[in-house]
Design a protein around this ligand. Sequence first.
Ligand SMILES: Nc1ncnc2c1ncn2[C@@H]1O[C@H](COP(=O)(O)OP(=O)(O)O)[C@@H](O)[C@H]1O
Ligand SMILES: [Mg+2]
Length: 591
Amino acid sequence: MADLPKIKILPPELSNQIAAGEVVERPASVVKELVENALDAGASSVEIEVSLKRRRIRVKDDGVGIAPGEVELALSRHGTSKISDLEGIFGIATYGFRGEALPSIASVSRFTLRSFREGEKAGKTIVVEGGKTVKLEDAPPLRGTEILVENLFYNTPARKKFARSETTETGHITSRVVQAALSAPEVRFNFIKDGKRVMELPPAKGLLERVLQIFGPGYSDNLVEISHSEFNLKIHGLAGKPHFHRATAIDQYFFVNRRPVRDMTLRSAAARAFDDLVPRGRKPVVFLCVDIPYAAVDVNAHPSKTEVRLADPAKISEAVVRGIRAAFGKASSVGVVERSAMVSQGVSSVFPSRVADAPAPLPGDAPAFARGFELWSPFRAEVSAPDSGGQISLSSAHGRLSEEAVALGQLFGTFILLEEGDRLVIMDQHTVHERVLFERLMKRHLASSVETQGLLITETINTSPALAAVIKSHIRTYSSLGWVVEEFGENTFVIRQIPAVLVGKDYRAAALEVAETLGANPDADFKDVLGDCISRIACRAAVKAGDELGPQEIKGLARELSAADTPYTCPHGRPIAFTLSRDELKKYFGR
Ligand SMILES: Nc1ncnc2c1ncn2[C@@H]1O[C@H](COP(=O)(O)OP(=O)(O)O)[C@@H](O)[C@H]1O
Ligand SMILES: [Mg+2]
């Protein structure tokens, strides 16, 4: 009988270690929890020092501190000063409330906390190792709280190994610090990494100033302010102007009642708001803050508190879309995003009021431009639904473009026209070139024979800390793609050599886009993101809409396309060609 299982309550060290599995997923989660505690304590200054080599994280604040008699309580499971009853969970204004972070962290590290509460005679220092208190003594009356975490995960072998490369982790930590700094612009942040001050952010007047401090003026100049209220919702923040977009969602930040969150509702609402403003496959830049009544959001959805449940997601997402659109409506009235505002006013009917003063059309009342479009009824279906097959691409039904195609010329500076046997072929010059280059670069890469060009005058690129970490860890990836990139101080790189196709093109933008692609897929095998990286290069190297092309160049493009492996779409999946047959034309004109 002795072998039968018996139920017992786990000792606190063990239950804390179990909680740590969820709360402290990685070193970056420790930084997040400690910084959030500092902000909850009303700090006006937070200092974060990290040395991954020495497995050390230190966070110091000037907040209210912990009373000497409560230091041990702060370190016990569910010890919290932030809520006290059930009602409390439905009105959480603090980042923390579960009382789990400190005991969890202390159960998997050597943890030292020193704190002082104004009005007390002395402060307190407590040292905990693997969840067991090893020292408790008086400390000098220094304002605030300082926490030192050493030997993180020393007693959790799997997790210790799990800690990925230092650069990856530094990237995660940096992005946690950036999120916190964005969420509390009025607070001073200092971030020290391996003994170097990498971020010094004095108190800022608001989000825009904070973004300027972190990302620089070249970045913040590309943003417009979002400010919108409806019902009891406030939508505010910053949105990238339509030309300022990214290959990935790396520059999308969402905050609900100041809390940095990952939230599908908000993410897709933002995507919808930008739907016709940024090119397909590109991601808008957005810093979106949503303030809602505390009772309308359940923040207790996940131990790390980065996911929330919104009471009325549909209503919130509509408000977000309207808020972002309104930001551009205002901008367009001063002429900043004229073109995109026009486009959106016309074609789509999803958004009631896209331009500030335009009256909201009634449901079913198609905008004027769309009504005009009806006149084109014979082609309407084909034109407005690119996936409807048949007409749009050089689909299998029509086979590939033949060598015999005759170049007719260029249309609107964007399309090239060819006559081929019985049909007129209209192609987007950019996508054709992109496809051709993509295939050529891919083949060259696989044969390790990338053509490169050294730069006589080297160029530097300056980037955000998160992207810099990505570039640093991928110097060799860059070289396999044809770049020679070298580190040149914090967040800055020198470019000495570029892929030959990018000569005369925006190779800095291409380099950054490659970094974004790599950064968005940190855990992917390089061969899985290779295609994406190369398509960024191809896109930057390709002719653009507006570039003039002569008959020879048109013919050259057509010839190369006819030899391509996949001559139907660009690497992002956009169709390359639209065809119109002699029969279709005859039918249309009643011949
Ligand atoms: N930096 C700090 N300054 C003041 N008090 C703190 C600080 N960090 C933690 N505390 C106190 O310790 C308690 C436990 O912290 P934690 O385990 O993170 O739980 P929670 O934040 O969910 O309450 C907090 O409720 C707070 O009272
Ligand atoms: Mg906390």
